[in-house]
Design a protein around this ligand. Structure first.
Ligand code: FAD
Length: 284
């Protein structure tokens, strides 16, 4: 199918985009890479009269790492996340996860902003950003506000972003610890059946820091607070890992679909979380 008629806007500033959004309200929508939005427009699942292309706004692009803080513009593509050598050096977790998203064709165009703003539980970046304890910068007609990735997701496709706000950038501290992003998918290019992001630091054999979040195992990404609380300060042996895996699986709430029944997804979740924790520990 082809989308219904719409007017195409390509502003060259955030202010320009905001003024079109404010003028047309519910009838307007921003577009980044278009990988998620265009298919729903083609299927006429959404009817948009004004499409605002963010591709002409240079302020929304780029990656900076200064004073231990990473800032990534919303229009940075997944390909750029993979090829940025500074990012790969300081936050290899991002490269590891991005390489598992779809295929190169998708990654050349798909953006980090579109991936996290969409609210699709199958997208990898939201769980990854919860693992990194990232903050999202939202810019609207009333100014800028910051929302933590861990507070942003309310339900599938429902987020804390107001309709007239644009997600402008994502920031987080450089994590100086072991990392892993493990993803189980049916075939190359598929979304996750289950995925997990893990950061861990150790003080000898005791866990001094941990962060774990899951992808596509609930209608939002799942930050596994109980698993983290049960790891930090504890001697990390096979029992402690088993316990953490148990808390992660308990925190998940998948639904049965073409990727399998609930029991299967929980089983896969257990395996990938264990693998991610073990890999992260090995890299500390
Ligand atoms: C075949 C295929 C396989 C894929 N596999 C994976 C996968 O395995 N893992 C994965 O994570 N992703 C996957 N994706 C998704 C893809 O990687 C994109 O990240 C995703 O489609 C959204 O990014 P986009 O830039 O295309 O956003 P768009 O489609 O342009 O936008 C998506 C939504 O977000 C809103 N939006 C976009 N940018 C902003 C912004 N800055 N501020 C506010 N709202 C905004 C739009 O209005 C729209 O509602 C796949 C896509 C395809 C087509």
């Amino acid at each position: 199918m082809i989308p219904s008629n719409f007017e195409y806007h390509k502003p060259d500033s955030i202010d320009g985009a905001l003024s079109i959004l404010t003028e047309w309200g519910d009838d307007a929508r921003v577009i980044a890479g278009g990988h998620s939005l265009i298919p729903v427009m083609k299927q006429r699942l959404t009817d948009i009269s004004h499409l605002i292309d963010l591709g002409g706004i240079s302020e929304l692009k780029g990656i900076s790492i200064e004073n231990n803080k990473v800032s990534i513009g919303a229009m940075t593509t997944q390909h750029e996340l993979i090829t940025n050598t500074q990012l790969a050096k300081f936050v290899p977790l991002i490269r590891e996860a991005s390489l598992q998203i779809a295929d190169p064709q998708v990654r050349y165009v798909g953006t980090i902003g579109g991936n996290v703003a969409n609210g699709d539980p199958a997208n990898d970046m939201p769980g990854l950003m919860q693992t990194l304890d990232a903050s999202y910068e939202l810019t609207g007609p009333n100014g800028v506000r910051i929302v933590k990735a861990r507070d942003f997701y309310e339900a599938a496709y429902f987020t804390a972003r107001e309709d007239e706000e644009i997600l402008t950038s994502i920031s987080f501290s450089v994590p100086n610890c072991g990392y892993a992003y493990e993803k189980q998918k049916r075939k190359i290019g598929d979304y996750a059946t289950a995925a997990a992001g893990v950061l861990i630091n150790m003080d000898n054999d005791t866990c001094s820091f941990a962060s774990i979040a899951l992808t596509n195992l609930s209608d939002t990404p799942v930050y596994c607070e109980e698993a983290v609380n049960n790891l930090v300060g504890k001697k990390v042996d096979s029992n402690a890992i088993k316990k953490a895996v148990h808390y992660c699986v308990e925190a998940s709430d998948p639904v049965a679909d073409t990727r399998g029944p609930v029991e299967f997804k929980k089983y896969v979740a257990g395996i990938i979380v264990q693998k991610a924790i073990e890999n992260a520990i090995a890299r500390v």
